[in-house]
Design a protein around this ligand. Structure first.
Ligand SMILES: Cc1ncc(COP(=O)(O)O)c(C=O)c1O
Length: 442
């Protein structure tokens, strides 16, 4: 599929006059339309709910948009729970799917009335001691072995740290019921970024059969089945994006084949998507700072892996468009880099692009999920701003860029912070002290 940015050069020039590059930009219209398609695809299931995986893009403005579209949140930590609460999500609008969970995280999840998804058998006792066992509870299932679709191995759950074994689920449900649980759910996440319409239907069938077996063996009532995340997006132009309507229909067929005959036609389907909800509706906007000609041709951006870690961490492909040159032929081969002192800080290697000049705007596609959120401060780099391109074409700052003051904030009990930022600050850099009196503009 041809990959086109959702923003034009003129829009980016306007935005960057107010909020300098680099910044992550999100497309409100795309987010809303996609959420509506998802809900339509699963509208056959009465209890269907999407719990957006906050870890993918923890921004309150985006969470509020998703809330308006009918989504809940899926949290993995104390701060994600706080953010959900702050955005108005409450009680069973929040799923809490975490692992190796600290006591205070369970305590907060219980206080907010979130649905807790236990990652391990031993967490039953742990949760009981901290907050008691709630009436509604979910357990994460790990079937072990290889997870295959059409005989192709998608992932190896037996190597994954998550979830209960089948025997532990059976034992766990009995124990949870003894401790007062009344409504049960199961959850599994068996493969990530699947660009295959079959992923959810195959996973759903496996979970539906497990639910029937659990009901038969333990007598508990299964209220919901959480298919978690894992529905991917087409990062590469040659990939065919998932068809959410085909996915919804495939899950429906498995539901009618397995759950309905077992008298479980009232089970609610939950999803916990992150990437599918936001990745294509975000991009990292940056500018070319330098060009370098050594053994290869390098283009250095003002963004780096600290703004988008996926290429450096997984060798992940992210499409790049040079704004204003969308229709120019890709005649030049470049490595597109950031400025970290790490040779893997490359957004693209040997990428064919139009001829690039210093000052060009480069849009890195599909950064709306697991983009900003995986950012970090290595090399003292500061996190970028996040900007929302609204449905009416206007733009809004939804997170300001970090400043050196933020970077030093955790030293605010030391003299170091005060030297630069406290009342008694004694050190400043004035641009007029520079040789040319100003920072060269790209
Ligand atoms: C428990 C859980 N749920 C949902 C998700 C979202 O996954 P994705 O963004 O692939 O949809 C993740 C991602 O890591 C996860 O760990």
């Amino acid at each position: 599929m041809e990959k086109k940015p959702f923003v034009t050069l003129a829009q980016v020039q306007e935005i960057s006059q107010v909020y300098p590059t680099p910044f992550h930009l999100y497309d409100e219209k795309g987010i809303r339309e996609n959420a509506r398609r998802l809900h339509e695809a699963f509208s056959w299931n009465k209890g269907y709910k999407e719990f957006f995986a906050v870890k993918a893009t923890p921004n309150p403005f985006l969470l509020k948009i998703l809330r308006e579209e009918g989504c809940g949140t899926d949290c993995s930590s104390y701060t994600e729970l706080l953010m959900s609460d702050a955005c108005g999500f409450s009680g069973e609008e929040i799923m809490f799917s975490s692992n190796d969970t600290p006591a205070e995280d369970f305590a907060l999840a219980a206080k907010l009335g979130a649905t807790i998804n236990l990652d391990d058998f031993t967490h039953i006792e742990f949760l009981d001691q901290i907050a008691g066992i709630p009436e509604t509870i979910c357990c994460r299932y790990n079937p072990g072995g290889d997870f295959k679709i059409n005989n192709e191995i998608m992932d190896t759950p037996s190597d994954a740290k998550y979830g209960f074994t089948k025997a532990q689920l059976i034992e766990g449900f009995r124990l949870l019921r003894e401790k007062g649980a009344k409504r049960f759910g199961i959850h599994a996440f068996l493969a990530s970024n699947t660009v295959a319409n079959e992923y959810y239907p195959v996973l759903a069938k496996l979970l539906f059969e497990t639910a029937v077996e659990l009901k038969e063996k333990t007598g508990v009532s299964i209220s919901f089945i959480n298919l978690s995340g894992g529905v991917g997006v087409a990062y590469r132009p040659e990939q065919t994006p998932n068809d959410i309507y085909a996915i919804g229909q495939g899950v429906r067929e498995a539901f009618e084949e397995v759950l309905v005959p077992a008298g479980m036609g009232d089970v609610a389907i939950y999803t916990e998507l992150g990437r599918f909800m936001l990745a294509p509706y975000g991009c990292l906007v940056s500018r070319v700072l330098h060009q370098k000609h050594i053994y290869k041709e390098y283009v250095g951006l003002d963004a780096c892996a600290a703004n988008l870690m996926r290429p450096a961490m997984y060798g992940a492909y992210h499409h790049i468009t040079i704004l204003g040159k969308e229709n120019e032929p890709c005649t030049h081969k470049y490595d597109v880099t950031g400025g970290l002192c790490e040779n893997n800080d490359k957004f693209a290697i040997d990428r064919m692009l139009p001829e690039i000049q210093v000052g060009d705007y480069a849009v890195i596609h599909d950064t709306g999920a697991h983009g900003f959120s995986m950012g970090y401060n290595y090399n003292g780099k500061l996190r970028s701003a996040e900007v929302l391109l609204k449905e009416d074409g206007s733009f809004q700052l939804i997170r300001r860029a970090e400043t050196p003051e933020d970077y030093f904030a955790t030293f605010d009990f030391t003299g170091i912070f005060d030297r630069y930022f406290g009342k008694a600050k004694s050190f400043t850099v004035d641009v007029s002290e520079l040789k040319s009196g100003s920072i060269p503009k790209v």
